[in-house]
Design a protein around this ligand. Sequence first.
Ligand code: GLN
Length: 314
Amino acid sequence: FHTFTKAQIKAAVAQAYDEAKQVTGGENAHYIPYLANVDPSLFGLSVCLADGTRFSMGDTSSVFGIESVSKVPTAALVMEQSGAETVRKDIGADATGLPFNSVLAVCLENDRPSTPLVNAGAMAACSMVEPQGQAEGKWREIRQNIEALCGSPVAVIDELYRSESATNFQNRSIAWLLKDYGRLYDDVEMSVDLYTRQCSLGVTAEQLAIMAATIANGGENPVTGERVFAEKLAGPLTSLIATVGFYQNTGDWLYESGIPAKTGVGGAVLGVMPGLFGVCAFAPPLDGAGNSVRGQAAVKALMRILDLSIFDAR
Ligand code: GLN
């Protein structure tokens, strides 16, 4: 981390946390009953440098639903298993400019869902996971991949899983439409269930910061030393995050923050600063697009305080 001392980064994390703590507004996700009841005052900010050094403030050990952040590791998994080009051909790599659960995302690009980082493409990605046709084998791959990226075990929050399974009619509809378009590559209900299960995994901000740092570090987990995916996939994966990580608000996010980031309706914002660090801010209340209000404020403040942007010419 060339120009900063670790003490400076630590101070920047503390300052970003304090600033974002003043930011209020937003509401917990209401369409998933479990999420509506999570303590809205929880707030954590965790940074993991590309050398594995970590700085955490606030509720960074609280377990919360990973939700749509899970789309990132499973995209990495299918890219690793089937190759980036196959994933691009069978799903796509373009922004949708649409809400995460848009049915229109099914057929944006020549009948392709267009990106593994919205619900349609994420369910297509779950359908691509090997071994084909084997729900438990696929689930093992999905979960173990997430654990390798985080560097520690994760488990489904059963109540969240039940809550989502009982209310995911839109996702099931999207999946059946994908099937009709020939863009769902395994059993439909199984693919929806795998997606729902991965969204229901409990994680901490510290774990997601390590996941982000693993991506920033080219696929090698800087804490465990394990290579999780091929180095050449880090750029393509980060480009997917940059183009659609905030759904219809992605352009504004990238413009204002300067860091590719992916959100989840559990309240996470996972940011990837290639070669430098990964960051995760967690706070449940969301804006209208389903992105954490305080989480956005924290990551933006961190980038501003460090005077960093991936677009910086320096
Ligand atoms: N499980 C949620 C859904 O599919 C995840 C959405 C999100 O985090 N944006 O609706």
